[in-house]
Write a protein that binds this ligand. Structure first.
Ligand code: ADP
Ligand code: ASP
Ligand code: MG
Length: 404
């Protein structure tokens, strides 16, 4: 007998017909003699609708109440699925985060899971019951409802697999698995059979929506392998596993992108220790994430220009902060640009293959795509480009690195 955690994303439970399809998958796995814990997301669109309502109330909607509001989407889907499974003649019950409880820190809207009390569900599944857990939510030490960040049901599934010692953690979604790039931007995207935690973490953090970055991080830390697969086909999907279990390391495994980036350039700051700190400290204190950073020095070595990127939604606030700190920073000129995209190539084999960088840049140059900023790590190269060139860049790189 095996213990399985099956997570169904929003599109997999997006309608009553789709929920009935999930019932069939669960039924089959149950009849095979497995113990089953199901984790569900809200029905597709539900979380966005709730978010929109909160914005209609206020642009600064209280974060603790926002978590109460957003978590309600998963209350609906978990109850509907439990009801549908009971209706199909099986024993099922839904659990909300606080009922289990799934204990998190107090960091509302992007909480981390600290622990899960397993007794009740353990008893229920050992007697053949099917436990349905509302994903994306937990409870803090202050007894307030928390949520785990957008896409957070993935994290719920990984944590449940860990605390219940599951034999497998299956993430059911609307695509075949993890693909070489987002199929909605390139129809040529191909399924990846196996990908390392490290590569998946880069893919997710750089924009591949299919797995939440925190969930991949958690699975990497505890070595919990994940099977990402389609709800709508029985074909095997993608195994996210340890790098040592992957024999053929491709130079480039996948391409990710993120839109809505902005760039700020500060010209003519004095080139001395502490200037970068003076610029970035007040920005960081306002919880604005800085992504790429480039600094270059004037020919006489006295002045420097600093360019950095942020999310477009933080642009106005960032410019205000710099303006407010003009006395300390003392710059000559500041410019900014929005509607930019970051396109990244990711691959563990990159470490051992020189020449990937120029191949990427040449390929973009051939398509007349101008690179505005570059950042690299051991297993990824990212470039900043104009947002309307995203699809062209992804397709070109997909061809260049033979991912078709
Ligand atoms: P779910 O509702 O199941 O959680 P998500 O919408 O969060 O599903 O993630 C699945 C979507 O992620 C796909 O429909 C696809 O458009 C997008 N996506 C982006 N990059 C990739 C990728 N490299 N592989 C697969 N899907 C990707
Ligand atoms: N419903 C939440 C969201 O849309 C969590 C999830 O789908 O995983 O972000
Ligand atoms: Mg998701």
């Amino acid at each position: 007998m095996k213990r399985l955690v099956l997570k169904f994303g929003g599109t997999s439970v997006g309608s009553i017909t789709k929920i009935k399809n999930v019932v069939n998958i669960v039924k089959k796995k149950h009849e095979e003699g497995n113990q089953i814990i199901v984790v569900v997301s809200a029905m597709s669109g539900a979380t966005n609708d709730l978010m929109k309502k909160s914005h209609e109330v206020s642009e600064n909607f209280n974060v603790k109440e926002l978590d109460v509001l957003l978590s309600s989407g998963e209350q609906v889907s978990s109850a509907l699925l439990a009801g549908a499974i009971i209706d199909a003649g099986m024993n099922a019950r839904s659990w909300l985060g606080w009922q289990i409880p799934i204990i998190t820190d107090n960091n509302h809207s992007s909480s981390q899971i600290k622990g899960i009390v397993t007794d009740e569900i353990e008893k229920f599944i050992s007697k053949g019951g099917i436990a349905i857990v509302a994903g994306f939510q937990g409870i803090s030490s202050e007894k307030r409802i928390t949520t785990l960040g957008r896409g957070g049901s993935d994290l719920s599934a990984v944590a449940i697999a860990k605390f219940f010692n599951a034999n497998s953690c299956e993430i059911y979604t609307d695509v075949e698995g993890v693909l070489s790039t987002d199929p909605s931007i390139n129809k040529e995207a191909k399924k990846i059979d196996k990908i390392s935690y490290e590569e998946m973490l880069e893919m997710s953090s750089l924009g591949a929506k299919v797995m939440q970055p925190s969930a991949v991080q958690a699975s990497m830390v505890d070595n919990i392998s994940i099977h990402v697969r389609s709800t709508f086909s029985e074909k095997p999907g993608t195994k996210i596993i340890s790098e040592s279990d992957i024999i053929n390391k491709k130079t480039v495994t996948g391409i990710a992108y993120s839109k809505n980036n902005a760039k700020v350039s500060i010209f003519g700051v004095v080139d001395k220790p502490g200037v970068a700190a003076d610029i970035f400290e007040p920005i960081g204190k306002n919880n604005i994430n800085i992504d790429m950073v480039i600094q270059n020095t004037s020919l006489d070595g006295k002045k420097a220009n600093i360019t950095f990127t942020i999310k477009e939604e933080d642009l106005k606030k960032t410019l205000n902060i710099i303006e407010k700190n003009k006395e300390e920073i003392k710059y000559e000129k500041i410019t900014h640009d929005a509607k930019l995209a970051k396109v990244s190539i990711i691959g563990a084999g990159m470490i051992a293959s020189p020449g990937v960088t120029h191949k990427m840049f040449r390929s973009l140059a051939n398509e007349k795509i101008n690179i505005l900023a570059i950042s690299t790590s051991e297993i990824k190269i990212s470039v900043l480009i104009k947002e309307d060139l995203t699809q062209k860049a992804v397709k070109t790189l997909h061809n260049t690195f033979k991912l078709n």
